[in-house]
Ligand binder design. Structure first.
Ligand code: OKS
Ligand code: ZN
Length: 392
């Protein structure tokens, strides 16, 4: 009998990633994916100790724990390329130590600049790209861009919303650690029906070798691979997993990682003609052995509860047919009517229904935090989904 108390995992180290700003419609605005999001959700969860068992996961000490760090790295490399991993690990220091490379223009404007002031500048802003390797630039193939930290940012990031600060690497490792602990927890003798990883930065936009959309490492994908490896020790090749992505945005990274893999069914409900703009069509159905195991439900802007729950019902029946051992939910509450950057019209009561529907599949479920930027309602909306799941 699965226990009906949900395990919730979080880590104060994830709060250290805190870039000051990003760009929206060409304008500089405050970074929306802020540490405050975690604090607000946690505060709401702590109001209900009878339903939620909260555990704090310590961060990895980047200097001290060489073995732990290497094990974590090897797990991450089951999803991401080593070049990309090294970009996330070294970007900040390469940028601030870049002898000879010109500092950001703003630093010039501030006056005489030495390397010291350059680091202050990068420490405030984090590393973001200036140019991207558009196919029109790559046809010559002779220019060695790898030497330049700013070129690396363009090569390993697809937008301007993944600033890498001095603390980013520690935070993203903590998010991965939380996600792996969730797998350990769902397989533990306590046998919870559900686990919630209250982690950030989120993960579903992060692909094999690229970050974007506030996402650095794909927490869910890394946890899926870790779970599959762990359970194959018991039952070789028997671990089918479904990922249900209910964030407002298409999880292009998760789709990419599992696109040719029939052992992972990816189902996403998201806004059509919205960020990340180049993926998410219902015609993206998988490739090779993975054909038929990628299912996208793009919905028009201003969709409310009725079309949303219809798509969800349909997605859930596809998941039931697939018959996975486990479900991962990429849980975004940026589908909320008053989200500052999104255009769906779900209300707080819809989240409860979503949770109940997910429980109806009857599989062990790991909920992973993705987006959601309305600070007044983020806690209630997340707990709405989790409560709905617990109540069944
Ligand atoms: C411009 C806006 C970027 C939107 C990123 C969306 C992130 C998200 N900086 N993904 O699920 O919530
Ligand atoms: Zn989102």
């Amino acid at each position: 009998e699965p226990s009906n108390r949900m395990h919730v995992l979080w880590s104060p180290t994830t709060l250290k990633h805190d870039p000051p700003y990003e760009f929206l419609n060409g304008e500089r605005i405050q970074y929306l994916e802020s540490p405050k999001r975690v604090n607000l959700i946690l505060a709401e969860i702590l109001k209900h100790p009878a339903r939620y068992k909260v555990t704090e996961i310590p961060g990895v000490e980047v200097e001290d724990e060489a073995t732990t760090l290497d094990a974590l790295k090897q797990t991450i490399l089951r999803v991401h390329s080593e070049d990309f991993y090294d970009y996330v690990r070294t970007a900040f220091h390469r940028w601030t130590e870049a002898d000879g490379e010109r500092p950001p223009v703003r630093c010039y404007l501030l006056g005489r600049q030495g390397v010291k002031q350059l680091s202050v500048c990068a420490a405030q802003n984090g590393v973001i790209p200036e140019t991207f390797p558009h196919p029109s630039l790559l046809s010559y193939g002779k220019t060695d861009w790898k030497k330049s930290p700013i070129a690396n940012a363009g090569a390993y990031c697809f937008d301007l919303s993944c600033a890498i600060t001095e603390e980013t690497y520690a935070a993203v490792l903590a998010a991965v650690k939380i996600s792996l602990s969730a797998v350990d927890s769902i397989l533990s003798p306590e046998n919870p029906a559900g686990v919630f990883t209250l982690a950030r930065p989120p993960g579903h936009h992060a692909g094999i070798d690229v970050c974007g959309g506030y996402c650095f490492f794909n927490n869910v994908a890394i946890a899926v691979r870790y779970l599959q490896k762990k359970s194959e020790v018991e039952k070789p090749l028997s671990c089918k997993v479904a990922i249900l992505d209910i964030d407002y945005h298409h999880g292009n990274g998760t789709q990419q990682i599992f696109y040719e893999d029939p052992s992972v069914l990816y189902v996403s409900i998201h806004a059509e003609n919205d960020y990340p703009y180049f993926t998410g069509s219902s015609e993206e159905t998988g490739k090779g052995a993975g054909e038929g195991f990628n299912i996208n439900y793009p919905l028009p802007h201003y969709s409310g509860e009725v079309p949303y729950l219809n798509a969800l019902q349909s997605g859930i029946s596809r998941i039931k047919d697939y018959d996975p051992g486990y479900i991962f939910v990429s849980l975004g509450v940026d589908t909320y009517v008053d989200d500052p950057i999104c255009k769906f019209e779900l209300t707080t009561s819809t989240y409860h229904k979503i949770g109940r529907l997910i429980r109806s599949v009857g599989r062990k479920t790991i909920f992973a935090m993705e987006g959601g930027y309305n600070m007044e309602n983020i806690g209630q909306n997340v707990v709405g989904v989790l409560d709905g799941f617990l109540e069944g």
